[in-house]
Structure formats: C-alpha cells, structure tokens
Design a protein. Structure first.
Lengths: 269, 88
C-alpha cells in the first residue's frame, strides 16, 4: 500500500522555518496532518494520502458522481489554503494536485524553480482582491432612453410617422437602446477598471457570470482581479465605497472581496 | 470503567448530545461563517473547480441557512428588547 502526496501550496523555506512547530491542519483524508517538505528555498506543504483509496481513478469518479464529496473536499482545500495564507506567502495549488511521492514532487519543483521563486518574491507584501460590478439593466435602460443622444434623435425622427410605422420603428429603438446599454455598461466599467488598476501591480478581467449562476436580480457587468500592494488596500476599498455611493442610485452595485490567496497571480507548472 | 460508561445516567448522555448539537448549530447557523462559505464557494466556481450544478446546490443550501440564521438573530434581538422593556 503506497502513499501519495496532496500538495496545498508552496511557501518560502525561510518563512516555514520561522514558525516552529509547523501549524497543525487536518489533511485531505481527515486522518493525516499537513506537514512541510523543504526543497532548498521552496517548501511544499503536503499531506499524505493512501494510494488505493485516493487513486486517480477513484478521485475522478468521486468528482463526477459524488457532488457532496466534491463540495466538502473543495471547501477543505480552499479553507486550508486560506489558513496557510494567513501565516505564509503562498503559491496556492489547484484543487486535487497530487504527486506519486516526494521524488516526483521534487522533480516538478526543480523544473519550475525559477518561476516559483520569482512568484514568491512578487507575492510578498501584495494581496489579491476581486471586484464584481453588477447593474440594474431596467434602471440603466430608463436613463438611456431619456438621455442618450442617438435614441433621442431616433425618437424625434419617427415622431411624425403613422402609428403603424411607429410600432416597427419603436422595436428598432428598443434594439438601439440594448446596444447603447451594452456600450454604456462597458464604458463605465472600463473607466472604473482603469482607475482601480492604477493602484495595482497586476490586473485581470474575468468572464462575467450569467444571472442563472449569480442568482442576483442585477446583471453582472464586470468581473476582475487585482494584485495590490498591501499599503494600497485602504485606498482601493475606499475608492470602491465612493463609487458605490456615487453610482448606486443609477443602478450600479459593487462587490469587493479579499484578500485572497493569489490564485490568479502565481504560477506553478 | 466500561461498565460505568455504559450505565452513565441517561440525562447526562442527553446533555452531551445537546451540547454537540449546540456546537454543530453554532457552526451551521453562524452568519459570518455562512458569508465566508458563500464567498469561498464563489471562488471555487470561478476557478472552475466545481461545476455549476454543485455550485448552485451548495449556494441554495447556504442561502437557506443564512435566512434561518438571520431570522434567529432577529428573534434573539426582539427577545432581548422585550426583556429590557419588561425590566424597565
């Protein structure tokens, strides 16, 4: 019966050595505990797994067929990474990153050594934050319908037409409003993003989620992540609070979460 | 020793049971814990580590727990206010 290694994250050896003994966290199987393995400047935080119980095939099947197992284990992974992040600078690993043993883990770290060390240096003193912007389309459409120049011009243009013609032309105006709405939303969000970006080291725009997923009454208009110097956090959050106050009566809503383990700004393998 | 454990008074066993339930309840219906879990769940979905179905199922469960926790908080608050009013 062999043993596998479940890898949670990579941390600087210096930081790992400074906390003695290593903090106690329960591992993926609920039996073994997490422990550090130092490979020169980089320390891997792992826990042991029984090779038969957690073979690739078993995990694959569980992930596809056992939703509550998947939810429980994914929470375990991310909560553990978050707890490690509170203590150490960390490159968080993807859920279910498993190695056959210490040798294969060491080989993987060796190949990516430079990338890992650069990442760890970059991450020191910086934090990942997530910003989601939502908007109330109905509210915004009302505004566009009343103030947008192209819409106003089109309305003026059809005002002298017969009611029958007006009916079809109004449909076209609705389409125009939809188009202008998208343009307006992107313009507002891009401006906000550019402003927030000034405070960050790196930024990335993510895919918006559909209403089905968010379950929110408002539409997600922007989804982005930032890597920010810790010193800029207060300014960043204040900036968003200000935006919220200024724009909420126009149908905009901001959701900011962080600090996160640097899921989007660290790379390994 | 085993004998003693087996014959422990029933009410003691019940009390231990209640205590365990209380702890579990605290975890299940603690507002900051639920909020934390919801945010964590969002990130898990964002990273593509759980499929939409698993995300939505868990989100529904957490939101339901959130509702209950919120209601409990309001009830406790009302109870406290009522007590204070009665005392004064």
């Amino acid at each position: 019966m062999g043993e596998l290694l479940y890898l949670y994250g990579l941390i600087p050896t210096k930081e790992a050595a400074a906390i003695e003994p290593f903090p106690s966290y329960k591992g993926f199987d609920g039996e073994h505990s997490l422990y550090p393995i130092a490979f020169d400047q980089v320390t891997a935080v792992v826990s042991k797994l029984d090779a038969d119980t957690y073979s690739e095939k078993v995990i694959q099947e569980k992930m596809e067929q056992d939703m509550s197992w998947l939810q429980e284990k994914a929470f375990h992974h991310h909560e553990t990474v978050a707890a490690l992040y509170e203590e150490f600078t960390i490159i968080p690993l993807k859920f279910c990153t498993i190695y056959k043993g210490e040798e294969s883990l060491q080989a993987a770290i060796e190949i990516n050594k430079e990338k890992i060390e650069n990442s760890l240096t970059l991450l020191q003193g910086n934090e990942e934050w997530n910003v989601k912007i939502y908007c109330d389309d109905t509210e915004l459409k009302k505004g566009i319908s009343e103030t947008n120049e192209s819409v106003k011009a089109k309305k003026q243009e059809i005002s002298h037409l017969s009611p029958g013609r007006q009916f079809f032309e109004k449909k076209k105006i609705d389409q125009l409003i939809e188009k202008e709405l998208e343009l307006h939303k992107n313009k507002v969000c891009e401006e906000i993003h550019d402003k927030l970006k000034e405070l960050s080291l790196y930024d990335s725009v993510k895919k918006n989620w559909s209403k089905d997923v968010t379950g929110a009454a408002e539409q997600m208009a922007w989804n982005s992540v930032f890597l920010l110097p810790s010193l800029q956090i207060t300014k960043f959050v204040n900036e968003i609070e200000e935006l919220q106050q200024r724009l909420e009566n126009k149908g905009w809503k901001f959701e900011v979460t962080g600090p996160w383990p640097p899921y989007h700004f660290s790379s390994f393998a | 020793m085993l004998h003693k454990l087996v014959t422990a008074p029933i009410n003691l066993v019940v009390k231990i049971g209640e205590k365990v339930q209380e702890e579990a309840d605290k975890q299940l219906y603690d507002l900051p814990t639920i909020q934390q879990k919801l945010i964590q769940l969002q990130m898990m979905f964002e990273l593509g580590e759980i499929p939409e179905e698993a995300f939505q199922e868990k989100e529904d469960e957490l939101l339901m727990r959130y509702e209950i926790a919120k209601r409990r908080e309001i009830e406790q608050w009302e109870e406290l206010t009522q007590k204070r009013n009665e005392e004064s």
